[in-house]
Design a protein around this ligand. Structure first.
Ligand code: NAG
Ligand code: NAG
Length: 350
């Protein structure tokens, strides 16, 4: 009887060991295969851009900080853009892509904000393969080639979203995009789970246009003339006008289709900039150029500010080109000043 138990015990130990060994070998094989695939994947993502961290990853804290530090005079943009993207990004099951429509005069920062968004979503920023930056007049100049353009645009959008479901599409000069092309992008913005096998619901479309710029300036000017701070202006003060505006525009049929089908999630007005905002832009540019010492030099900054145009004629409240020409104008003034041979340093030492 005892022998039997001893034999049984040996047998159990032996099988247990065998199992343990096969388990260990199995694990080792699995681990090394996993490591290999993992390594291969890492290498691939090191060489090429991949549709996940660290190449793709939205950081709302840094988007918030960038917009706060780099964009001036646009309180509504700050409020809406960060929260809209954050909500869409973290939504497990979005029903449609996020569609933002930016409106305002040139220089108010529409392209700039699109770039800041790109920089906070893709490691490669605007150079990412998962971004399409479509400039109507540049990409689709020939009115006779609309059918060709339609196919091209469709393919561009489809192949990009196929590579990454987090793709961003920026349409610059949307107001100059031929009606048929705007019509061609409509299905991508819609509530479809798949288009030609591609799911667009996690992507973002940003439409930029100057349309509505006049109305936005009018509302902002009224606020200014009445002596109220522009920060009190609310999104609702503009949204209805912007929607109505697009509806009534000549040739705005496709735009109004997008609006009436509720495919545009947010209309975001970019307000015309006042002198003080342009001044902040000059300061930011001087810091970027390593000339922080000139930021509080009133004479220098005023020279730059005075070299820009302002409207309306009566109050000259707003900069005609926003912050757009600030870099060039600042460079010009920088070139004019004689290089100071660190005279202040000498003074300090004496
Ligand atoms: C975006 O990132 C690029 C590359 O790092 C940089 O050169 C550019 O200034 C950034 N743009 C903005 C608006 O922050
Ligand atoms: C829409 O715009 C038209 C003129 O373009 C104007 O007559 C109408 O009152 C506006 N409607 C609203 C609701 O603002």
């Amino acid at each position: 009887m005892r022998t039997y138990y001893v034999i049984l015990l040996f047998f159990q130990l032996w099988t247990a060991n065998a199992e343990l060994i096969s388990l260990l070998t199995g694990t080792a094989v699995a681990l090394s295969a996993g490591a290999f695939w993992g390594f291969r994947d890492r290498l691939r993502c090191h060489l090429y851009e991949c549709c996940h961290e660290p190449d793709v990853g939205f950081n709302h804290h840094s988007l918030d900080a960038d917009i706060a530090n780099m964009l001036f005079g646009q309180h509504l943009v700050k409020d809406v853009v960060v929260n809209a993207i954050k909500a869409h990004w973290h939504n497990e099951n979005p029903k449609k892509p996020l569609v933002l429509s930016f409106h305002g005069y040139t220089g108010s920062g529409k392209n700039y904000v699109a770039e800041i968004i790109a920089n906070n979503t893709f490691k490669q920023g605007l150079r990412s393969n998962f971004i399409q930056h479509i400039v109507a007049t540049n990409d689709f100049p020939d009115k006779n080639k609309i059918e060709e353009y339609k196919t091209e645009l469709r393919n561009r959008i489809l192949t990009t979203a196929q590579k990454c479901h987090r793709s961003i599409f920026i349409f610059d000069e949307t107001d100059k995009l031929p009606e048929q092309l705007l019509g061609a992008i409509k299905p991508f913005l819609d509530y479809y789970s798949k288009i030609s096998g591609v799911d667009f619901r996690r992507s973002i479309f940003i439409l930029l246009s100057n349309k509505g710029g006049g109305k936005i300036a009018e509302i902002t000017l009224k606020q200014y003339e009445n002596g109220y701070p522009r920060e009190q202006l609310r999104l609702e003060s503009f949204e209805r006008d912007l929607m109505n505006f697009s509806f009534n525009e000549k040739g705005g049929l496709q735009m109004s289709e997008l609006i009436s089908n509720h495919l545009i999630d947010h209309f975001i007005p970019f307000l015309p900039l006042q002198r003080e905002h342009v001044k902040s832009c000059v300061g930011a540019y001087l810091r970027k150029r390593g000339r922080a010492d000139l930021v509080s030099n009133v004479e220098f900054v005023e020279k730059v500010l005075n070299s820009l145009q302002y409207f309306p004629e009566s109050s000259k409240a707003f900069s005609s080109s926003g912050c757009k020409r600030v870099d060039a104008k600042t460079d010009l003034e920088l070139a004019k000043i004689r290089p100071l041979i660190h005279s202040s340093q000498f003074d300090d030492e004496l």
